[in-house]
Ligand binder design. Structure first.
Ligand SMILES: [Fe+2]
Length: 251
């Protein structure tokens, strides 16, 4: 069984602080023009990195097609056959598996394993699990086209699972990781402090500004599976980010 060997309790509630974070933030309607000025877009059109490096938006939608049903089939089968590893403390039922990276189970940053940052580039490749995810691998190579990929992970939050609010960076300038919804069951939300709930649907892709506090709580009866993509974004990918940004600001 896919939950075998880990301590997650189905009826567990997040800590009080995380529950309060959800109450205060999950229904906020975001106003993107409150932090970014649409008129700056015209000046920045020649620099493909400008938006990614300078925006203070909480997220940017990326218009890349995701064959989420095929990817879900591969990712969910591996979850049900106990191939994922526990991801991080201060969470419950949060599990991960690398299809590209230093290894299948090296789901965190190199520092967490006593390694230099550069190790992620020097040691990363398609992992042994990628043999079992051919459609996912093909999509990554054909449509996402990072050059190179570093860490590419499935991220599962089990029913009733949660991760407490946290920031992954000190600054709120620029967007970081790419987060892709492979499924997104009703009742599972990723919430950002001051900004509300990410408008995820299955197959939607977002750049996240993880300098803002964020938390996840799966109040559904099925596992939620997303992917996080890390590596060097290609000009094609950056163009897709910039197009999504312009749409969000109505420019
Ligand atoms: Fe995070």
């Amino acid at each position: 069984m896919w939950y075998e060997g880990q301590q997650h309790q189905w009826d567990e509630q997040p800590d009080k602080k995380t529950q309060k974070f959800f109450e205060e933030n999950e229904n906020i309607v975001p106003d993107f023009t409150s932090v970014d000025d649409p008129s700056v877009l015209a000046e920045s059109k020649d620099d493909e990195n400008w938006v990614i490096d300078n925006t203070q938006l909480p997220w940017i939608k990326v218009g890349i097609d995701v064959p989420w049903e095929d990817i879900y089939e591969e990712a969910n089968h591996l979850l049900y056959t106990s191939c994922y590893t526990m991801h991080r403390p201060n969470s419950s039922g949060w599990m991960s598996l690398c299809v590209h990276g230093m290894s299948t189970v090296h789901t965190n940053v190199p520092e967490d394993y006593g390694l230099e940052d550069q190790a992620e580039y020097d040691l990363s490749d398609w992992t042994d699990i990628a043999k079992f995810t051919p459609k996912t691998k093909q999509w990554l190579m054909d449509e996402v086209r990072y050059s190179p990929f570093s860490r590419v992970r499935f991220m599962a939050v089990l029913p009733g699972g949660w991760l407490a609010q946290h920031r992954d960076r000190d600054k709120t300038i620029g967007v970081g990781a790419t987060n892709v919804a492979i499924n997104n069951p009703d009742g599972c939300k990723l919430v950002m402090g001051g900004w509300g709930t990410l408008p995820y649907t299955p197959g939607s892709m977002f750049k996240l500004n993880t300098g803002y506090e964020h938390a996840v709580w799966n109040r559904s009866k099925e596992p939620r599976i997303h992917m996080i993509l890390d590596g060097d974004q290609s000009p094609y990918f950056k163009q897709k980010v910039n197009e999504g940004y312009a749409q969000m600001l109505g420019a």
